[in-house]
Design a protein around this ligand. Structure first.
Ligand SMILES: Nc1nc2c(c(=O)[nH]1)N[C@H]1C(S)=C(S)[C@@H](COP(=O)(O)O)O[C@H]1N2
Ligand SMILES: [Mo]
Length: 300
């Protein structure tokens, strides 16, 4: 399948999992002086370097397993993902139940390193493996009357222990405008660091929309519906004043309870410093055109 998308990080910025492990072992044995020297020589690359596998899989938001950042890693092992399928319906030519294995046979999976920015003002850099959502939607045959894509997470309280509480209105739902969904940056992630995506990160497949706040990236998807109406979204339903439909990363529009101008990189340890948040999370060149003429303070 043709690649419509170009990574903005060079291969030198990518740390393969094994190299990463080796380097951690080396760094753990190094004195502070060596560490500082290393940070100095690769200063720019360091800031875009992927977070550790441990950080990415232990500091999570996945309310189906609890509201604490450590809850998903603790409880998500109870989720069974075999026999997974995704129902695709609504305004499509080929509605039906798509088995996860069949989807994977038809998609070209590649690695993409994306900045990730949570609405709570923390951030990570994550090496995803995934395919473009557009390719899946093309498979389903989107009809010309479709304007939005609605997504739904699994509802299975026996395995998703957080669903026994009304922390959100289950199942978790999200939505994108069709042009956002078709953008080549928008992917369905199926892996991290070249391994199948861990349950706490949204196994077996979850959305990733890198220019939007993290909550748009809905996990463990079981249903995709093409529609002509703007779909409801979980966080907007929970608090419409604080969470809008668009949720584009925007340092100039504050959350009602905190500033969005800066972010706290996870895992920086000793060198952790707040960073300036970039418009559209740094993907402005790619996506600003989608919102031309829109007031982004009103359409937040
Ligand atoms: N189904 C579902 N998807 C979800 C969430 C959730 O609670 N349930 N949390 C969202 C939020 S708020 C964030 S920040 C990201 C976190 O993704 P990560 O844990 O892989 O970093 O997942 C998003 N997707
Ligand atoms: Mo989030």
């Amino acid at each position: 399948m043709a690649h419509r998308w170009k990574n903005d990080l060079t291969h030198d910025d990518v740390t393969p999992y094994n190299t990463y492990l080796n380097r951690r072992q080396i760094m753990a044995g190094m004195a502070g002086v060596g560490l500082a020297a290393m940070a100095g020589t690769r200063a720019s690359a360091m800031t875009l370097e992927p977070n550790s596998y441990e950080d990415i899989t232990s500091y999570n938001n996945f309310y189906e397993f609890g509201t604490g950042k450590g809850d998903p890693a603790k409880h998500a092992h109870r989720l069974t993902t075999d026999g997974w399928s995704v129902e695709i319906d609504g305004l499509v030519d080929n509605p039906g139940s798509y088995a996860f294995e069949d989807i994977m046979k038809n998609m070209s999976v590649e690695e993409r390193i994306y900045r990730f920015r949570c609405v709570e003002a923390w951030s990570m850099v994550i090496p995803w493996n995934g395919f473009e959502l557009k390719d899946l939607l093309d498979m389903a045959g989107v009809q010309s009357s479709a304007k939005y894509v609605a997504f739904e997470t699994l509802y299975r309280p026996d395995e998703m222990v957080g669903q026994k509480f009304r922390s959100l209105d289950w199942p978790y739902v999200e939505g994108l405008r069709l042009d956002e969904a078709m953008n080549p940056l928008t992917i369905m992630a199926t892996g991290i660091y070249g391994k199948p995506i861990p349950n706490q990160n949204g196994a077996p497949l979850r959305l990733v929309v890198p220019w939007k706040y993290g909550f748009k990236s809905i996990k463990s998807i079981v249903k995709i519906t093409l529609t002509d109406k703007q779909p409801p979204t979980s966080w907007n339903k929970a608090n419409a004043r604080e969470y809008g439909f668009y949720s584009n990363v925007n340092p100039t529009v504050d959350h009602p309870r905190w500033s969005q101008a800066t972010e706290r990189p996870i895992g920086g340890g000793l060198f952790a410093k707040r960073k300036e948040t970039l418009m559209f999370n740094g993907y402005e060149n790619e996506v600003a055109g989608l919102y031309e003429g829109m007031d982004l303070a009103r359409n937040f």
